[in-house]
Design a protein around this ligand. Structure first.
Ligand SMILES: NC(=O)c1ccc[n+]([C@@H]2O[C@H](COP(=O)([O-])OP(=O)(O)OC[C@H]3O[C@@H](n4cnc5c(N)ncnc54)[C@H](O)[C@@H]3O)[C@@H](O)[C@H]2O)c1
Length: 263
């Protein structure tokens, strides 16, 4: 079976007038798609961040041009570095006069059998994927609490936080950690009206991923999906917009699968 993606769904003003900060937003995948959707869903201002300066400048220019939104800003930052995280959140707060929605998209993976994995590779994947999400969440929670106007955080997990896959022990452990972090932080953040949820995608085959994985593996992953295809990045971004919007006002600490084959 190969169930094709529907026509691109038009925006419905889900986050009208809101301000948004997105990490890892200058790639070819979910992060930039989330930025495009945020503009289409009525965001008032969007701050894009990424570790790659050249791609970030291009992403800011493209989003501005395609969406017509004037308030699009870029800030280079590595989520694995606490100083970068604080500088990014402070920059965004100042530029857009308070961040309403944070999308923690940054995550890093490699493929390696566990018995061949060196500590460095393990730590790098955990540090960007899990610790980076924790750092962004921790600082944003502090800032949102101090501002006293609530807010929303959407984390990007992965079905590998639930499922097993060879050569993915480090990434799967990190994503399971993102899920646990989401649930626990959400309990604390509820006290100051901040909701925290996560989307858990299965597979999005954008050009950068196609370059880094074998065709055989990608086909195997697609064949595991009931729809017989990978998700489009915008299909995952749609779930993020739902979680970022008041349509999910009675949801916090939830992990929402964006996959055609759950766990
Ligand atoms: N693509 C998939 O199939 C898939 C499936 C499940 C989960 N995810 C998760 O979705 C998220 C987005 O992945 P994507 O594949 O859609 O790519 P993406 O385009 O959204 O993100 C890639 C970008 O991340 C940036 N980046 C890398 N390390 C960074 C760091 N330390 N700090 C800041 N930016 C950094 C890169 O420069 C690149 O521009 C990740 O968390 C990933 O684990 C992806």
């Amino acid at each position: 079976m190969n169930l094709k993606a529907p026509e691109y769904v038009a925006g419905h003003g889900l986050i009208k007038g809101k301000t948004v900060l997105i990490t890892a937003a200058a790639g070819a995948g979910i992060g930039f798609s989330a930025a495009v959707r945020a503009a289409e869903e009525g965001a008032r201002a969007i701050v894009l961040s990424d570790i790659h300066p050249g791609r970030l400048d291009a992403a800011v220019a493209k989003l501005k041009e395609d969406s017509g939104l004037q308030e699009v800003y870029g800030k280079v930052g590595n989520v694995a570095v606490e100083d970068d995280v604080q500088a990014l959140v402070d920059f965004a707060e100042q530029q857009v006069d308070g961040v309403d929605i944070l999308i923690n998209n940054a995550g890093l993976g490699t493929s390696r059998a566990l018995i061949e994995m060196e500590d460095d590779e393990w730590h790098k994947v955990i540090d960007v994927t899990l610790n980076g999400t924790m750092r962004m969440t921790r600082y944003m929670m502090k800032v949102m609490k101090a501002r006293g106007q609530g807010g929303v955080i959407v984390n990007n997990a992965s079905v590998l936080g639930w499922r097993a896959q060879k050569e993915q022990a480090h990434y799967a452990a990190a994503k399971a950690g993102v899920m646990a972090l989401t649930r626990c932080a959400a309990l604390e953040a509820a006290e100051f009206d901040v909701r925290i949820n996560a989307v858990s995608p299965s597979i999005v085959l954008h050009p950068m991923l196609r370059k880094s994985a074998s065709e055989e593996l990608l086909q195997e992953l697609e064949s595991k999906e009931a729809y017989g295809r990978a998700a489009e990045a915008w299909e995952v971004a749609n779930v993020m917009m739902f979680l970022a919007s008041d349509y999910s006002s009675y949801m916090t600490g939830e992990i929402v699968s964006c996959s055609s084959q759950r766990a």
